[in-house]
Write a protein that binds this ligand. Sequence first.
Ligand SMILES: Cc1cc2nc3c(=O)[nH]c(=O)nc-3n(C[C@H](O)[C@H](O)[C@H](O)COP(=O)(O)OP(=O)(O)OC[C@H]3O[C@@H](n4cnc5c(N)ncnc54)[C@H](O)[C@@H]3O)c2cc1C
Length: 422
Amino acid sequence: MRERIDIAVVGAGAAGLMAAIQAARAGARVVAFDGARRLGLKILVAGGGRCNVTHERVDERDFCGSTRPAIRKVLSRFGVAETVGFFRGLGVELKREETGKLFPVSDDAGRVLGALLGECARLGVELRFPCRVSGVSAAEGGFVLADEGGESRARRVILATGGKALPKSGSDGGGYAIAQALGHSITPRVFPALVPLTLSDEPIGAMLKGLSGVSCDATLEVRSGTGKRLERWTGAVLCAHFGLSGPAPMNISRHLAAARADDPGARLVIDWAPGHTPDSIAGALVAAGGASVLVVLRAWVPERLAGGICGVAGVAPGTVARSVPREARRRLATLVAEMPVPVTGDRGFAFAECTAGGVPLSELRLDTLESRVCPGLHLCGEVLDVDGRIGGFNFQWAWASGFVAGRGAGRSALGSGPLAGA
Ligand SMILES: Cc1cc2nc3c(=O)[nH]c(=O)nc-3n(C[C@H](O)[C@H](O)[C@H](O)COP(=O)(O)OP(=O)(O)OC[C@H]3O[C@@H](n4cnc5c(N)ncnc54)[C@H](O)[C@@H]3O)c2cc1C
């Protein structure tokens, strides 16, 4: 047995670092283990290297997974104002952008990571990396953690191993097995969220893939096999060589995957002219006087996409709009206002920004995020069954849940008796 620790944090990403800081501020001796060679890679790459730390307004409706009341309860313990104050206290001022996203004024994610690591150092948190924890078992008075260097004993463990998104960062889903071995369940489905979509080579898919680099706003809808609208997102869509990327496709990706798991007929439809219907588009074509189809369509979509839509509809772009035969007009109008997109799947965890699924919040005490099935174990961050939309929401979940778990574990560790064998 190597040593005895008050609190072992497994995983030193956003949630684990916050938990370690809070536990140490409560007075506990904290050691954080991380399997990655480089700490905090996800913080460094977030927001294109600028780190979208949080959003000006965050509530439970910005998230999926578990239940909304449970998510609200955790978020309410450490809100946006607390996040701003916390980082200000560490010397990192945040600024609000037009979209409501908050970034460090330096536009430098390195400052966010540096502040967290600096505070860990100030508080005496020991960061052990690369040091992958291969197993955690409950023992009298605490836990035994196994890693390649041996075994450590801790009064309490905070599991902050993240999900499976961006596995090269060290988050490869190994934490789920640790949670399961300690008695937890994992949701039946764990799948990529905030992930680009791949398209088939059918005419519409091939056309969109051929427009790599084209971007515009659109409304995306997930519809059931019977045509019922299940989910809707409006935002930027970026055509890419593999399919669709950008905020709207990424935000809707988890809803499409979830719908298809239950209903293989579920599909994605894009409205490139939000507020219009196929009828109103067809009407605009008829009313366009001598203008060409391309000129009419350019009112709603970029020229290259307008040309692609004409190609799929089998209408020459230079055709005078009002002279397009009724059937072809209907095809054009449907492609603009209700394009059926042949989605084959997504780019997987390697390109996902988040993980849907994980340990259900119902298995935890929400005031401390302590396990109900394994006392002394706390969980936080993306390992839990909570995933947010794009905009700083996933980090806010990491900060809030890390705060609750760290503070809960810190206070309890100091209140409990000596470790078995200590
Ligand atoms: C490219 C990209 C960009 C993103 N941009 C943003 C953004 O701008 N804003 C936002 O809000 N969210 C963003 N996210 C999401 C956000 O980064 C995550 O939701 C958040 O980092 C999750 O924090 P976490 O601490 O729970 O998990 P992680 O950050 O995944 O950290 C988990 C840590 O645990 C370690 N670990 C795993 N298993 C073990 C083990 N067995 N032993 C030891 N260590 C282990 C891993 O090495 C890792 O360091 C982005 C994600 C990606 C991939």
